[in-house]
Design a binder for this molecule. Structure first.
Ligand code: ATP
Ligand code: MG
Length: 433
């Protein structure tokens, strides 16, 4: 894409409304604009990153055997009256009345709708296990929306729901998702600590929050430093049951649930850090199936309430979390897996015909080779182009100037390390292709 024809409204100055670095950089890099409190417009590069994260999440869900569907954002109140959550959810739920005076709501989550769908379409244990997911916008009227898209009111979530005949099978479904989550965050290059989030009596230990370590995190975590030995940002291969059991056996707890006096880990081995919750998985048994009548016939012909679990990933929150983990003083440093563009092509001398021709040709070659390239073809100074490309965070920058062209070389800069090398066009295309 040519920058002159694109829409990336970057800003030089720090916007005063942003308190944390990811929010500042998303505004400055032209990824988002606020529409109203906690509600954002996703601009082209922001949307591109969001979609790439969603794709990785989707691939790992599919790999784990979950099946994608799409439920609506607007839900009827009746479903929530059945489960008893219509009143319980309180002010966080955005309630809507349609022209026929029917009570509707903008879904903050989908347990009720999926349980109803299951109830109307699945009757036998033979159709189990079943795990359904969607990636859909949610609305929660948060008391204090803040930190940009990190705690928005409208946000994108991947949520799925597992259905099993009994506890043993439900536990297996849970562990599959646990592994899928480890793989998903690792593919994003993130260290996501699975923290025990005791959901109360049911299921006991089958509830984890996945927390990215970051100084700006809203939660305080205490965890066994042995967790670091698992090298969580590279757990992308097959993760065996033994590894899962070991990891689940290690202590990691949020401040509120951490009991200093009864902590099983020696103080010397305990680490404390701030975290951003990017995912939550939990088993809740028959909570919704019992109240909403979602039953299946078991092998003996008797009907039982189906065992359920639900699993969420904050897809839009991850955009912010990734920036918290990947930035420097000059801007964002995208990991290649989710970068809006892989390469930034910088024409140092717009008015020099040789430079412009060389850039145009190289741009075309890259496009033809399927390399995602952002070509800064604007008539502005070199310094501004460098600063802009650094801010946007494109992982590789190709710099074309008159001196290099004389020597027959192009400069390639690695955004993360700052390392620069000179390469021929052929070498460059081979490296980036
Ligand atoms: P939190 O404690 O941060 O409010 P939650 O417990 O309400 O989160 P869940 O209902 O488990 O969150 O939702 C699943 C995931 O959706 C969370 O792990 C988080 O990543 C994301 N999420 C929740 N609320 C928001 C929000 N207001 N803005 C952006 N993402 C959110
Ligand atoms: Mg919440």
């Amino acid at each position: 894409m040519r920058l002159s024809k694109h829409f990336i409204p970057t800003m030089k100055e720090n916007p005063s409304e942003a308190q944390i670095v990811s929010h500042r950089l998303m505004l400055r890099a032209g990824m988002i604009r606020q529409s109203s409190a906690g509600i954002y417009i996703w601009l082209p590069t922001g949307l591109s990153v969001l979609n790439k994260i969603a794709d990785i999440v989707r691939e790992e869900q599919n790999r784990a055997g979950a099946i994608e569907l799409l439920m609506p954002t607007i839900q009827p109140a009746e479903l929530w009256q059945e489960s008893g959550r219509y009143d319980a959810y309180g002010k966080e739920m955005l309630r809507i009345t349609d022209r026929h005076e029917r009570n509707m709501l903008f879904g903050p989550t989908n347990e009720e709708m999926i349980t109803d769908l299951f109830k109307n379409n699945v009757k036998s244990y033979k159709d189990l296990p079943l795990n359904l997911y969607h990636i859909q916008w949610k609305f929660r009227d948060e008391v204090r929306p803040r930190f940009g898209i990190m705690r928005g009111r409208e946000f994108l979530m991947k949520d799925n729901y597992s259905f099993d005949l009994d506890f043993e099978a439900a536990k297996e479904s849970y562990n599959k998702m646990y592994v899928a989550y480890l793989r998903t965050f690792a593919r994003l290059g993130l260290v996501a600590i699975p923290v025990r989030a005791d959901a109360g009596a049911i299921g006991g230990d089958l509830s984890h929050e996945f927390q990215i370590l970051a100084e700006t995190g809203e939660s305080t975590l205490h965890y066994d430093k042995a967790i670091e030995d698992f090298d969580l940002s590279s757990l992308t291969g097959d993760i065996d049951d033994e590894t899962v059991a070991k990891l689940q056996g290690l202590y990691a707890m949020e401040e509120e649930k951490h009991d200093v006096d009864n902590c099983p880990v020696d103080a010397a081995d305990l680490k404390t850090a701030k975290g951003i919750e990017v995912g939550h998985i939990f088993y809740f048994g028959t909570k919704y199936s019992a109240s909403m009548g979602a039953r299946v016939a078991g092998p003996d012909g008797k009907e039982v309430d189906v065992e359920m679990g639900s699993y969420g990933i904050g897809v839009s929150r991850l955009v912010g979390a990734l920036i918290e983990a990947n930035h420097d003083d000059n801007g964002i440093v995208w990991p290649e897996s989710v970068a809006p563009y892989k390469v930034g092509l910088i024409n140092l001398r717009f008015k020099d015909e040789n430079c412009t021709n060389a850039c145009d040709t190289l741009y075309e070659k890259m496009e033809n080779a399927g390399i995602e390239v952002l070509y800064d073809d604007r008539d502005v100074g070199a310094g501004a182009k460098f600063a802009n490309m650094d801010l946007i965070g494109v992982p590789w920058q190709v710099v074309v100037g008159p001196k290099g062209l004389e020597k027959g070389v192009l400069e390639l800069k690695n955004r993360r390390t700052g390392e620069r090398v000179e390469l021929s066009e052929e070498e460059l295309l081979a490296k980036l292709g």
